[in-house]
Design a protein around this ligand. Structure first.
Ligand code: 5GP
Length: 126
């Protein structure tokens, strides 16, 4: 079943500048901004500017330039906030949720960068 992109989702509105965001980094293909409800001292959302619903949609249909840029932005931000072990940080976690079981709230592809405290087990018991 092909994905249908809902252009009324909150991140589409952020990309159209209809609602504000606290930008961390922006490139031709990617926007990164602070999560409005942070789960840790550092909680940044990275989104492609293209209209992809989730990660598998992005992986299948994004251009190589979009995929490379998205990946590099995540790496650069993780380093800039000094979360990477290479920058002397204590580490970080990347999360992308998809669909019902993944508990995805916003249907525009996004990666969470979460850092700044020990995060505990990756998955809660059911
Ligand atoms: P999901 O559950 O879809 O993986 O995550 C959606 C994330 O978007 C949540 O962490 C939520 O706090 C964040 N969020 C929802 N609405 C807004 C908003 O208007 N602005 C920002 N910056 N983040 C938002």
């Amino acid at each position: 079943m092909p994905y249908e992109y809902d252009d009324q989702n909150i991140f589409a509105k952020i990309l159209r500048r209809e609602i504000p965001n606290n930008t961390v980094m922006e490139t031709d293909y990617t926007l990164a901004f602070h999560d409005i409800n942070p789960a840790a001292p550092d909680h940044i959302l990275v989104i492609p500017k293209g209209f992809y619903v989730n990660y598998d949609h992005f992986a299948a249909e994004a251009t190589d330039a979009e995929v490379v840029d998205f990946t590099r932005v995540i790496g650069a931000i993780s380093h800039a906030i000094k979360a990477t072990p290479a920058s002397g940080g204590n580490g970080y976690r990347l999360i992308t949720n998809a669909g019902h079981d993944g508990v995805q709230d916003v249907p525009h592809m996004h990666m969470h960068i979460i850092a700044g405290r020990r995060l505990g087990r990756m998955i809660q018991p059911a």
